[in-house]
Write a protein of this length. Structure first.
Length: 81
């Protein structure tokens, strides 16, 4: 089973938001998921456990760095692939 998640990360109170978003994209690309970068969000597709692991790691990473952010996650129903 494959899960698709649409992630929208919005850095708040940042002087370099584009760099923070780029760092996030590079972080996500290190995982075993398909990545589709769009204008306002990024979609990832992969095994359900890995997708949820990526979401948790992104959240934890941003929290540890003390950044203020909004992180929207939209999950689509799983596919049988």
């Amino acid at each position: 089973m494959k899960t698709i998640a649409q992630l929208t990360y919005i850095p708040l109170y940042s002087e370099h938001p584009k760099e923070q978003v780029q760092d996030l994209l590079e972080f996500v690309a290190q995982h075993d998921v398909e990545v589709d970068v769009n204008y306002l969000s990024t979609s990832i597709k992969g095994d359900t456990d890995i997708v949820f692991e990526v979401i948790r790691e992104v959240y934890d990473s941003m929290t540890l760095e003390g950044q203020k952010f909004r992180f929207h996650v939209e999950l689509l129903s799983p596919t049988a692939e």
